[in-house]
Design a protein around this ligand. Structure first.
Ligand code: GLN
Length: 481
């Protein structure tokens, strides 16, 4: 039998449907791979081997009819509440939290027959770009650059566990979440596909909240076709999330492989700043040529407020985080540090010991920009800038059908690099945050290798609720069709 862990999700679905192998077999193959490789990578925080195998045995007794992911083993970012499986958000403050309910997205996946292998590591509360802020240890990318003697590259973040697990074949596909780039940047660093759908496409219900006006769940997969399949299973209106969109879920799979002839692809000049690395620029140019060769029309465009996006994001996201994270006070959720003092002392001790340094920094920034004296100068102004950024996209999409940019300004950096200065780390997100602020869908597709042999990604941005065009263009860049 072929190595079951190297199959794509789409291939594995066909294999199960035609009974080439069973769900128990493919699940066991992944659990074996996890046992072998997870100690070095630390991609999984929790492995749910027993639950996975018993769910797989159940799946083998039932028909795959009508279920997109029947019997297929997936990894779940540890930010999605999973009933009876510990959910930590990679924070010490939730180390003992076992949800009594299932998030809507994971429930949708279960309804489609998916098997959960376990919970994937991430930056604490999804805050970070390198998966180094997890209370459960850093994640290492399974990829090496030329000259690396050991695993020392970051997988990107915050969905670093998801990206590393996929690149090492420790799951067929994974869920991620993206607030400012957390699906796309790790996908680019690990050479996989990741799509942040339109805000409202996937329900946020049951996902540990970071910045509610930006958070979106999405698939991380080995191929564009797999992303379409996963997204179809994850997405859908949910009355339990007030920002969930009443849009029918299209047949995303049908978009993959369709021609891009005549499509207009925008190339925004603001994404080519003076200091852009030549190899990132060359990869971008190669992508432009690929789309031209496939019959698309290339249009130079401008998104004039791009330069303010990063500053805007790092005001709005911490502001919302400071409010969302107020609930972790040692009373209802997770860890409590009771030092025998007053209620206030208990709150302080719990939050001081339960949250890591980056989360504390975000709460402090967020509280500051929302405080009475600074609200107008920071938060309100950032909201106005956000509206301008969204308008830039709306205007661009009157002229073009999709936008092509690099996903990240560099390839995967080394563990330990960029760690001393948060601003340097935040700069990683410069190309991903604008689409998050605007709410439009965006995908990272592997687009080549850097001079040191590490993956580089290109980002395809689409109109609101037009993931189909994004998938279509992504499939051409992927070059498999
Ligand atoms: N890297 C960004 C941050 O640290 C984005 C995180 C995310 O998308 N969850 O906020």
């Amino acid at each position: 039998m072929t190595n079951l862990t190297t199959l794509t999700l789409t291939e594995a679905a066909a294999g199960i449907a035609t009974k080439k192998f069973s769900s128990v077999e493919i699940t066991q193959a992944h659990l074996d791979a996890i046992e072998q490789h997870n100690p070095a990578l630390n991609a999984y925080i929790t492995v749910a081997a027993e639950q996975a195998l018993s769910a797989a045995a159940e799946a083998d007794k039932t028909s795959s009819e009508g279920r997109l992911l029947h019997g297929l083993p997936l990894g779940i970012k540890d930010l999605f509440c999973t009933k009876d499986i510990r959910t930590t958000a990679a924070s010490k403050i939730l180390e003992n939290y076992v949800p009594q309910y299932e998030s809507t997205v994971t429930q949708n996946l279960l309804n489609h027959g998916a098997i959960f292998l376990g919970k994937l590591n991430l930056d604490e509360f999804a805050m970070g770009s390198a998966n180094i802020t997890s209370a459960y240890g850093v994640v290492k990318s399974p990829l090496k650059a030329t000259g690396d003697t050991e695993l020392c590259r970051v997988p990107g973040g915050s969905s670093g566990g998801s990206a590393a697990a996929l690149a090492a074949n420790l799951c067929l596909a994974a869920t991620g979440t993206d607030t400012g780039g957390s699906i796309r940047q790790p996908a680019a660093f690990c050479g996989i596909v990741g799509i942040k759908p339109t805000y409202g496409r996937c329900s946020r219900w049951g996902i540990v909240a970071f910045a509610s006006s930006l958070d979106q769940a999405g698939p991380m997969t080995k191929t564009v076709a797999d992303a379409a399949l996963m997204l179809e299973a994850m997405a859908g209106f949910d009355a339990k999330d007030s920002t969930s969109a009443r849009h029918a879920v299209p047949n995303f799979r049908a978009a993959v492989g369709q021609s891009v002839k005549g499509l207009k692809i925008g190339i925004p000049k603001e994404y080519r700043p003076d200091g852009l690395s030549p190899e990132i620029a060359a990869t971008w140019d190669k992508g432009i040529q690929q789309l031209k060769d496939a019959g698309a029309e290339i249009v130079n465009i401008s998104l004039p407020h791009t330069q303010y996006a990063l500053a805007c994001y790092y005001i709005i996201a911490p502001a919302e985080a400071s409010s969302n994270l107020a609930r972790y006070d040692g009373v209802r959720y997770g860890v409590r540090v009771d030092n025998g003092g007053t209620l206030d002392d208990m709150y302080c001790a719990t939050r001081a010991q339960g949250f890591g340094a980056e989360v504390q920094r975000r709460i402090l920034i967020g509280t500051y920009v929302l405080s009475a004296g600074y609200y107008d100068a920071y938060y309100l102004r950032a909201q106005k800038v956000r509206a301008l950024i969204a308008r830039d996209f709306a205007e661009a999409f009157q002229k073009v059908d999709a936008i092509l940019t690099p996903t990240a300004p560099s390839d995967a950096f080394k563990l330990g690099e960029k760690q001393d200065d948060p601003i340097t780390m935040y700069l990683n997100d410069v190309f991903t945050v604008p689409a998050s602020l605007a709410g439009v869908p965006a995908m990272s597709v592997p687009a080549g290798l850097s001079a040191q042999g590490l993956p580089l990604g290109l980002q395809v941005i689409g109109r609101m609720f037009d993931e189909e065009t994004v998938l279509k263009v992504g499939a051409v860049l992927e070059g498999k069709i």
